[in-house]
Design a protein around this ligand. Sequence first.
Ligand SMILES: Cc1cc2nc3c(=O)[nH]c(=O)nc-3n(C[C@H](O)[C@H](O)[C@H](O)COP(=O)(O)OP(=O)(O)OC[C@H]3O[C@@H](n4cnc5c(N)ncnc54)[C@H](O)[C@@H]3O)c2cc1C
Length: 411
Amino acid sequence: MQGIAGYQFNNWAQTYSSSPELFFQPANAEEVKQILDLARQRGKRVKVIGGGHSPSDIACTGDFMIRLDKMNRILEVDAEKRQVTVEAGIFLGDLNEELAQHGLALSNLGAVGEVSAAGILGTGTHNTGIEHGILPTQVVALTLMTASGEILLCSHSVNEEIFQAARLHLGCLGVILTVTFQCQAAFRLLEQQFPSTLSEVSSPRGAIVCLVCGCVCVCPAVGWHPAQDWFLPCALCWLGLAPADPRDPVWIQRLKVLYIMKKRKIKDKVRNYNKTTLVNIEKEGQTKDALLQLKSWLEGNPAVVAHYPVEVRFTQADAILLSPCYQRDSCYMNIIMYRPYGKDVQRDEYWSAYEDIMKKVGGRPHWAKAHRCSREDFQRMYPSFQKFCSIRETLDPAGMFLNPYLEKVFF
Ligand SMILES: Cc1cc2nc3c(=O)[nH]c(=O)nc-3n(C[C@H](O)[C@H](O)[C@H](O)COP(=O)(O)OP(=O)(O)OC[C@H]3O[C@@H](n4cnc5c(N)ncnc54)[C@H](O)[C@@H]3O)c2cc1C
């Protein structure tokens, strides 16, 4: 297995890069094993990359880098169980297209398709919907090549502890070779956008949004009914009284209702991942509290620029050792700063204030993103952090899969 010298790795956001000594693109497990053998002989570290979409330096290395873009096949589709087994380098965007041919779909996706099956397990990619876990919860089995070259099958019934570690592996347990996803029958989603205020969206409990005017209702009949593919708007819309925004004059309200009805779109799941979601924001009282604290900090610091609306998403609890949703339903809050024309903008003050607020309300950082947390922080945040560390030390005693990002996590 030949490695290429002189390869330069840049992550998607072009915020981190590294120059691995050798770069490999194996086509099968045997070739991966040869690379690990060579690394062991030469005392080199190894990093596998997927789509390179992580905004941090989690995928960087100066030693050996492996990209699994030649290991991207679908290996098996079990129509009865609605499960699909894939090679770990497949991009979810490609998998989605294939699944659609079989009338199947993943039940929840992240925001982009150029991420790999193993990459989303690397950092715990998530989206929203409190009835959905992070994407790794859809994984029912995987195979992992450890530093010794041994291949382990892991699932709920085989190597269960390693499975709960490997479903969010940080790239430090070995090379993920294959992944089996639990799918569901293909379905369609309604994309819905409407303006509202923070207090409006955070006050109702278990309410449903009218698809025409965007008002919040308590009637369960309101909404889109995917099986029948019809929708029922709220009573106000039926009567032509829908206050799309009560501050608008009546004629503007009418135009808005017509516009929203025209814009109403139902899309195939494979192409769209927005979802009208029932969220009970008060369940985590901290959610609203944290948002209000961030809002008031920004208002008190008018010189600080915040580029993007704060993204708020909800995710169900799970049993994955290093999942930010480990044993608790969670609300993710993302802040984003653009890099216009590739130029860095001042972001430290805003990001630090945000991180301080999130830490105070008990937040756990997204593993793909920039953070200032140390091993002590993770030990406090994650009840099973020590268990994960023991599994990592057993599978990779010489630290073949470590890099500077991971050293900050584990040492
Ligand atoms: C535009 C954009 C949108 C995004 N949207 C979302 C979102 O909606 N939700 C969300 O949660 N995140 C989001 N992210 C972050 C993204 O989901 C994660 O960074 C994800 O891990 C990227 O997958 P990847 O295949 O690019 O992995 P990489 O970034 O390449 O790698 C991630 C980790 O997995 C390891 N790894 C990869 N393959 C293997 C393998 N076969 N074996 C062992 N280790 C491996 C790497 O070493 C690294 O540690 C977004 C990022 C971008 C740039």
